[in-house]
Write a protein that binds this ligand. Structure first.
Ligand code: MSP
Length: 529
């Protein structure tokens, strides 16, 4: 039984439409998944939607439709966007599915039977308007609850609690033992600090009188489970987990071959949700330390240095950008203008500038020149020279290509597509530079330089084949287009297997190969945003 590279993303709330942050996370996961597939690994990429909860219930009520109908509409928007952005997932986690519900209830029942879930009374201030308990943290500088909370009254409510705090020491220990539990490492430090402050248990229920759009507690039908045991469980319920089996090792092999996952999440949901609640839930469910998921925590896209939010009206719609500039221009921007882990400022001008300078001017221009010259001087046929005749091109062939491929691999393994893309880009820039330096148009005038001209043309075309492979996880359509024009592996056109990591080495194109005609793959974007 072979191991599967299992990658998940946060599931997106269906209380509103997809925005640029959602798109970034999905594309990042897709790029990492494609990279692992093209290394020849088995991959299972799971993503989905978070469909239950108070906000959905409220939004549906506002529109006067049943919650199920409301989430069906929003869910479709996410599905359509992932299709448009070429996000190729293997599993779809939609939390209203009966299978998910059964797993959630199975887990809750088991933990309840084991005494890890108990009922308790909570009394405190309750905001009628926001339908939640408020604490002193929510008080303004004047000591009062702000107007957003509406009427605030003292209330008493019984709920179910999960014994979270008893696992605090275990979690600290686990984090100390495993240096890459969270990537990047400054987030692991942040998480550790949060765990140190952990006190109290986790409320996991809401009385149905307050919230009924959720999964019922199997041991008390008057309650639904609130957020955590529902949403977080998606990562195992849609991967074949059986809640009746109490240890990881007794799980079905279909589950074990996938798990543990690389889990991609934004910085806002690391602590406490994924870094504390989820890891502790898994531990309590019988997952050993060596099968804890790894958390890859990315930063946020801001706008003008400020947080994007619906209420501020500054949310960037990925659909609009994909329609205006093309899905791959958007994928390229999202991957090339943010270092994984850090925040970035969204800018449509940057999207256009990066596309024009990196893709149109560097890669596109190289493709056009190399193909045009090969047709002009050699009727489209490339000739592979013997080693002695490689004079002057050593730098390009023997240094630049392995260097580019090495940079690409190292950075992709470190989940940094931005730096990986730079490897491919530097190669394109070096090739364009060598065109200027070797001036094939001059070589073509001197019959004594024939071998040298052949060598230059072969190098450029061969470098393009490798560039196409390296950009393929981020720009699959463009990579296919380049291969088509190189007249290469046409039988695999449109298929992911066309690009393989193992092929990213010098000398793949055979002597005498005839290339196709150039057609612009990255036409310049002329419009200004
Ligand atoms: N439904 C929860 C997650 C449950 S996971 C079991 C949720 N949903 S969300 O729709 O608010 O966010 C989904 C993902 O999008 C999160 O990882 C979040 O960090 C990410 N982003 C939301 N806004 C973002 C930006 N502005 N920039 C980058 N990512 C952002 O949280």
């Amino acid at each position: 039984m072979g191991k599967t590279f299992f990658i998940t993303t946060a599931i997106d709330y269906t209380n509103s439409a997809p925005h640029i942050g959602h798109a970034y996370e999905k594309v990042l996961a897709d790029v990492i998944a494609r990279y692992h597939r093209f290394k020849g690994e088995k991959v299972f990429f799971l993503t989905g939607v978070d469909q239950h909860g108070q906000k959905v219930q409220q939004s549906a009520a506002k529109e006067g439709v049943p919650p199920a109908q409301f989430v069906a509409v929003v869910t479709q928007k996410f599905i359509d966007l992932w299709k448009k952005l070429e996000v190729q997932y293997d599993g779809w986690a939609a939390t209203i599915e009966p299978l998910h519900k059964a797993v959630v209830q199975g887990i809750l029942q088991r933990l309840f039977d084991e005494g890890l879930i108990y009922k308790d009374k909570q009394s405190g201030y309750y905001s009628v308007r926001q339908e939640q308990f408020v604490t002193d943290k929510e008080r303004g500088p004047d000591g009062e609850f702000g107007p957003e909370w509406g009427q605030v009254e003292l209330r008493e409510e019984e709920n179910y609690y999960f014994k979270l705090s008893q696992y605090r020491e275990w979690l600290l220990n686990y984090l100390d033992k495993r240096a890459d539990a969270v990537v990047p490492d400054f987030r692991q430090t942040e998480l550790r600090n949060a765990v140190q402050k952990l006190s109290g248990d986790l409320c996991i229920s809401r009385p149905k009188s307050r919230l009924d759009w959720g999964i019922e507690l199997p041991f008390d039908r008057e309650y639904v489970t609130y957020v955590w045991f529902d949403a977080l469980t998606n990562y195992i319920s849609f991967a074949g987990y059986d809640p009746a089996l109490s240890t990881f090792h007794s799980q079905p092999s279909t589950f074990r071959e996938k798990w543990p996952a690389l889990q991609i999440i934004g910085k806002d949901i690391m602590a406490p949700a994924h870094g504390i609640y989820w890891l502790i839930m898994l531990h309590a469910m019988g997952f050993d330390d060596d099968v804890m998921p790894q958390l890859l925590v990315h930063g946020w896209w801001n706008l003008g240095g400020a947080k994007m939010s619906k209420s501020a009206g500054n949310v960037v719609d990925p659909n609009v950008l994909a329609d205006k500039y093309g899905p791959e221009a958007l994928r390229y921007y999202l991957m090339s203008d943010m270092a994984t882990g850090s925040d970035a400022d969204f800018s449509e001008e940057r999207l256009v500038t990066r596309y024009n300078s990196d893709l149109a001017n560097s890669v596109g221009n190289l493709l056009n020149r190399a193909l045009t010259m090969t047709h002009k001087y050699r009727d489209g046929k490339i000739t592979r020279q013997s080693d002695q005749l490689r004079i002057g091109l050593e730098t390009l062939q023997l240094v630049k290509i392995p260097e580019a491929v090495e940079q690409f691999r190292t950075q992709m393994n470190a989940f940094q597509p931005q730096m990986a893309l730079l490897g491919a880009l530097k190669l394109a820039i070096a090739c364009n530079f060598s065109v200027e330096e070797f001036a094939p148009w001059r070589l073509a005038k001197d019959p004594k330089q024939g071998h040298f001209l052949d060598n230059v043309l072969y190098s450029l075309v061969e470098a393009l084949r490798i560039i196409a492979i390296l950009i393929s996880p981020v720009l699959p359509k463009a990579a296919h287009e380049i291969f088509n024009q190189l007249n290469w592996k046409l039988d695999l056109n449109g298929k992911e297997e066309r690009f393989r990591d193992a092929d990213a080495k010098w000398g793949g194109l055979p002597d005498g190969h005839v290339i196709g005609k150039p057609v612009p793959v990255f036409p310049r974007i002329e419009e200004t945003p």
